[in-house]
Each structure stands twice: as structure tokens, then as C-alpha cells.
Design a binder for this molecule. Structure first.
Ligand SMILES: NC(=O)c1ccc[n+]([C@@H]2O[C@H](COP(=O)([O-])OP(=O)(O)OC[C@H]3O[C@@H](n4cnc5c(N)ncnc54)[C@H](OP(=O)(O)O)[C@@H]3O)[C@@H](O)[C@H]2O)c1
Length: 197
């Protein structure tokens, strides 16, 4: 698959490394950082045009500007939103971040994914805890979720179709809630019983 990555920070490097079996192209404002992830580097627009799927891995505050730079080349592409609009104290600063991204790139197919776990988890090969592969919830259209499901399996995780993009704000709130618990030293996973129970 032809994967574009917007950004060359931690999430871009972690997931870009996991997807090295694909054709990965990176767009970032720092070309040297982009080249550390892939030899294929382009502008936002070139990278979007060359890709089937694009991982948006820039800070929430930079999203609008970056998407505007990619422009119409985003049309028809699957756009993975891993961004977390979160401020000090694990508080959401933008409710409905994925829907805001969909409004800024109306012809792309936005899927919320990979926002729940710290970047170090996405570097694990594979992310397995207590013998159980990490489950990755995905919110978006069924067709776009299917595409991203393959990329989730590629990193050894289990994709979960969590519904349409209107449910992405629940994932964003879940991130803020669980991060708040983790920062306070609590085990967020312990709050939930196994399915059988
Ligand atoms: N880190 C985590 O544990 C984690 C986990 C899940 C989701 N996320 C989300 O994933 C996204 C990326 O996080 P990250 O940890 O990879 O961040 P990061 O390491 O700080 O990297 C951010 C990238 O975005 C670029 N950038 C920053 N401002 C920009 C602007 N105004 N225009 C264009 N590019 C800009 C940076 O460029 P420069 O290098 O030039 O500054 C860098 O390439 C964020 O939205 C974050 O909320 C992070």
C-alpha cells in the first residue's frame, strides 16, 4: 500500500517504522527529520497525491494549516487521524477533533485510530500485553475502516470497528479519561471486565 505520513515526530517515526513493508512517503516541515523515516519525502501536496492512505501525525493545532497545504490532493484518500487535542490536566481542548478534520478535508475518508496509546506502545513489535494483542478501535466509514484494519493487523494488533466518525469523539474523550487515570498512577485497564463477564 502507498502510505503518506504528515509529520516526522514520534508517532510518524513509530508507525512509519512499523509499516516499512509498504511504500511510505513523508511530508514534514523539517526535511532531514522526514528522511530519517523514509527516503521518499515530498511536500504535503505531493505526498497526499502519491498515497492511498495518509497518517496525520502533527499536533492538533497544526492540523488545519497542514490539511490546507495538501489541498485537493486529499480527495478520495483515507486519512488516519491519530491526533489528540488535549491540554494540561488531560483535558480535551477541542471536542470533536476528528469531525473538525473531516470538515477541513471534506473529500477524504477520515478514520480515527491510534490515539489511545502512548507512542512507545506503537513502537512495540508487536504490542502484546499479557499474551493478548492490543485492540485498536477505529471510527469511520466501513470501507475506510476496512483499509485501516489491514494496517492495524500489520503491526500485530487487532482492529475493532467502533462505528462511524460520529463516535470518534467518544474515543477522544476515552483518551483524555484514561490518560488522566494513568497520570494519576491508576491502571485504566483494570476498570473493565473481560467480555465473558
Ligand atoms: N506522543 C504520543 O504518545 C501520542 C500518542 C497518540 C497520539 N498522539 C498524537 O499524534 C500527533 C503527533 O504526535 P507526536 O508525538 O508524533 O508529536 P511530535 O513528536 O511533537 O511530532 C510532531 C510533528 O508535527 C510537526 N509540526 C508541529 N507543528 C507543525 C506545524 N505548525 N506545521 C507543520 N508541522 C508541524 C513537527 O515538526 P517539527 O519537528 O518541525 O517541530 C513534527 O514533525 C499529535 O496530534 C498527538 O496528539 C501522540
Amino acid at each position: 500500500m502507498r502510505i503518506g505520513i504528515f509529520g516526522a515526530g514520534g508517532m510518524a517515526e513509530a508507525l512509519g517504522g512499523q509499516w516499512s513493508g509498504h511504500e511510505v512517503m513523508v511530508a514534514a516541515r523539517d526535511r532531514a527529520k522526514a528522511e530519517r523515516i523514509s527516503a521518499r519525502v515530498g511536500t504535503w501536496e505531493e505526498t497526499a497525491r502519491a498515497s492511498e492512505v495518509i497518517l496525520l501525525a502533527v499536533p492538533a493545532g497544526a492540523v488545519t494549516e497542514v490539511l490546507a497545504s495538501a489541498g485537493e490532493s486529499l480527495a478520495g484518500k483515507v486519512l488516519i487521524d491519530c491526533t489528540n487535542a488535549v491540554g494540561p490536566g488531560a483535558v480535551l481542548t477541542v471536542p470533536g477533533q476528528a469531525e473538525r478534520i473531516a470538515a477541513a478535508a471534506p473529500d477524504a475518508h477520515v478514520v480515527k485510530a491510534f490515539n489511545l496509546c502512548h507512542v512507545d506502545v506503537w513502537r512495540m513489535t508487536p504490542p502484546v500485553f499479557g499474551g493478548r494483542p492490543l485492540a485498536v478501535p477505529l471510527c469511520g466509514s466501513p470501507e475506510a475502516v476496512e483499509v485501516v484494519s489491514g494496517l492495524v493487523r500489520d503491526i500485530g494488533c487487532t482492529p475493532l470497528n467502533a462505528g462511524g466518525l460520529d463516535r470518534a469523539r467518544l474515543m477522544e474523550a476515552t483518551m483524555a479519561f484514561t490518560v488522566g487515570l494513568w497520570f494519576d498512577g491508576h491502571d485504566a485497564q483494570a476498570c473493565f471486565p473481560p467480555l465473558a463477564a
